[in-house]
Design a protein around this ligand. Sequence first.
Ligand code: ATP
Ligand code: MG
Length: 434
Amino acid sequence: MARVYARSEHNISRALVSDNALKVLYRLRKENYQAYLVGGCVRDLLLGREPKDFDVVTDAHPEEIRAVFRNCRLIGRRFRLAHVHFGDQVVEVATFRALNNDDGDGDRQHGLDGRILRDNIYGTIEEDAWRRDFTVNALYYNIRDFSVVDFVGGMDDHKAGILRLIGDPEQRYREDPVRMLRAVRFAVKLGFTIHPACAEPIPRLAPLLEGIPSARLFDEVIKLLLSGYSVQTFEELRHFGLFGLLFPETEHCLGTESESYPLVFLAKALERTDERIQQNKRVAPFFLFAALLWEPVRTLANAKIRSGDNDVFAYQEAANEVLNRQVRSVAIPRAISLIMREVWALQPRLERTKGVRPFKLLGHPRFRAAYDFLVLRAETGEGAPELADWWTRFQSADEAQQRAMTREGSPRTGAPRPRSRKRGPRKPKTIHDA
Ligand code: ATP
Ligand code: MG
């Protein structure tokens, strides 16, 4: 049975709902269909936050939705969804569905089970609620009377700040292991606590992520790390043993490190990303991924250099090997990995600060990214501060000064220095202290 919270019993303000979403809701209502907001937007509205998108659900079937809106396209083959377009804005409208058979993306197939399920099974609002993941994601805002309809105890959990799976946690994770990642993402983003019964199975079931297509995991990783809370998300993923399934080689380096450079470096890269997102600046996923895999690449390249390879070649080979293994768990699209390779390959080249080479490097399309990467390395104790500083000065110097600088070169050039315990104070072990 549903508990209905009347307009006076909750704090959802229509001022935070986009005009387009309201138009869709009212229009469906006018045509005598049911119309609700559901999912992340209701959860965020209850927190007084402006949702990033609005999901509408209705009892109208896709064809019926299309008949109501001129600016409407049906998408998805197995699960048909309606997209109602307003200029560059889209409001997604779904029909109530009955089964536990989607990942919220409408047309996604994942795993054998996903593929053999029957198509489009529409259901009642109550069935629609039970197939959702977390109780706080299954609240319905009714446009008819502005009430919130709750079949699963989501309102109480929301008030208590608890993230709880609907139904048996282990079964729900087995149905869709990505829910483990979603648990971490929402807990961090909302500042909620994962209910102990939902937290307990995660470390045990984490290996189920190996069965998830790597392209889907890439989408999830993007959401996890570009959430604006990536530092904490990273920590929680490690805490639950999930990070190692996404980035096995990075986890290996973090686990076996004798010093804390990789952890401090990664933490800093994530922190910078969060800052940029908070300031509404664009973030380039390639930089983050380049940072995430830097330690495996660097370690492997150094081994190759020690066994006699040329440094630029060693970095290229290391990049190939690490990326080839990485894409088995999280597929990194080529457009991104190409730039990652460039940023990595430029690191040894930035050590050559004599002659004409520095002038050529300045004109390289990835110079700026590679320089930022070098600065980050230097700031976190892994790269040479003198070298980063040389490049900083070189960029702002006039031509005569630049010529003089390239006669001398940076105080630190040549092959990467072997790691030594004597370099500077030991860094703290966890990001919390960093
Ligand atoms: P965000 O703010 O990140 O968009 P969201 O809750 O809207 O959060 P979506 O991935 O957009 O997340 O999914 C919309 C809704 O669809 C969820 O709130 C949930 O009710 C349902 N859903 C999404 N993914 C799953 C899943 N894997 N299992 C069950 N239900 C899901
Ligand atoms: Mg959403």
